[in-house]
Design a protein around this ligand. Structure first.
Ligand code: SF4
Length: 384
């Protein structure tokens, strides 16, 4: 099995600390990108493989073995919880699934975004210990790319047009309807595979009443080559590096995400931060204070002037807890806190846990105080 440090450091050269523009030759062909994603096997619905986007992806990974599948939802031996981290990481970095998004629905949200867009992908090549994304397909859930991107964008265009102008400001945005385009995926990593993320950024750049938004834990300098014209909000997720090294497996180090903010702003993105997940453990407030002071020290004024943050307290899950105990029990020492957490049965029958109401409210207050005293420029859009 890989050591955790090795896995966390897997992308440590993904982007340099800010010492000049990140833009250079295509990042996705770099050794750092190949450490994240080196595709050897592609499970593809035949129609997805035959589509123009599918053909582009197959051409991009010419050495990959292509295996026909009936449905991207049912890939025997690929989805599921069996095995250990080494196997999951191999699956996540060496396997892709191509499918077509059948149900094109945009759902209301109202917290982080006004709307949740139909994703252009699901699954992830990273392996955060608290991640909820694999719950439906199983832990070794590699990236599934949806190849019918024109249909997804056409659906979004119609939805945007139907809304017209936003009538009044809300916590999502002052003037634009905000669409989350990365609910079950990380768009920055997806951009290593194909142009879906770029196509979405380009589409939103043409829609003056709307804005795309996605959270990310990966710094992909190729996104700096796009021209988002302020219509895409990148939300870099941050947490104290001590937590991140333990929990954010295969991601770009937190310091890199913060260091990339100025370049993304300069490239035309709006740059926000997700303070998430906030994990309550001994010493957490000191470490969050230090992280916020670091942000205050290194971020330029231009980033601070437009930044806002979401604060998201940890939610966890009993099945994930039991799974993590098998490969990463140290993570569970901080994630699984029955003394602080309460359980709630979700619609699909699994048991989710979150901090008890009073403990959570106290922790949210602490985060607000820490932000006010260490990074007072950071407006909190919402906290839950
Ligand atoms: S980066 Fe996001 S989607 Fe990927 S494993 Fe981590 S939490 Fe899950």
């Amino acid at each position: 099995m890989f050591g955790l440090e090795e896995l966390s450091a897997g992308t440590s050269s993904a982007a340099p600390a800010r010492s000049g523009p990140l833009v250079g030759p295509s990042f996705r062909d770099s050794p750092a990108a190949r450490r994240m994603l080196s595709v050897r096997e592609i499970h593809a619905e035949p129609a997805a493989a035959a589509s123009p986007r599918g053909q582009e992806i197959l051409a991009r990974f010419p050495g990959a073995r292509v295996i026909d599948v009936d449905s991207h939802w049912r890939v025997p031996d690929l989805h599921g919880n069996e095995g250990n981290l080494e196997r999951w990481v191999r699956v996540k970095s060496e396997v892709l699934v191509l499918g077509e998004k059948k149900a094109l629905t945009t759902r209301p949200n109202g917290r982080s975004a006004d709307w949740i867009a139909p994703g252009a992908a699901n699954g992830c090549a990273m392996a955060c210990a608290y991640c909820y994304v694999p719950r439906r397909k199983g832990y070794a859930n590699p990236i599934t790319v949806f190849t019918n991107i024109e249909q997804i964008i056409a659906h979004l265009g119609r939805h945007v047009a139907r809304q017209g102008h936003k009538p009044e400001p809300n916590q999502c945005d002052e003037t634009a309807w905000v669409y989350d385009i990365g609910e079950n995926n990380d768009c920055s990593v997806d951009a290593l595979v194909c142009e879906n993320t770029a196509d979405l950024v380009r589409a939103f750049s043409r829609w003056p009443t709307a804005k795309a938004s996605f959270a990310t834990k990966f710094v992909n300098p190729d996104l700096l080559l796009l021209d988002p014209r302020g219509r895409t909000r990148v939300r870099f997720s941050v947490m104290p590096p001590q937590d991140s090294r333990l929990l954010d497996i295969r991601t770009s180090p937190v310091e890199q995400r913060i260091a990339a903010a100025a370049d993304f702003l300069e490239a035309g993105y709006e740059v926000h931060f997700n303070l998430s997940p906030v994990v309550v453990r001994p010493g957490w407030e000191e470490d969050w204070g230090q992280l916020l002071r670091h942000m205050d020290d290194v971020l330029p004024t231009a980033v601070k002037e437009q930044a806002a943050a979401e604060v998201i307290m940890l939610t966890h899950n009993k099945d994930l807890h039991e799974l993590n105990l098998a490969w990463h029990p140290r993570a569970e020492e901080v994630l699984w806190r029955p003394d602080l957490q309460q359980a709630k049965r979700s619609e699909n029958g699994s048991l989710n846990v979150r901090y008890r109401n009073l403990d959570k409210a106290a922790a949210v207050d602490s985060v607000r105080r820490l932000v006010a005293s260490n990074a007072p420029w950071l407006r909190i859009r919402y906290a839950f």
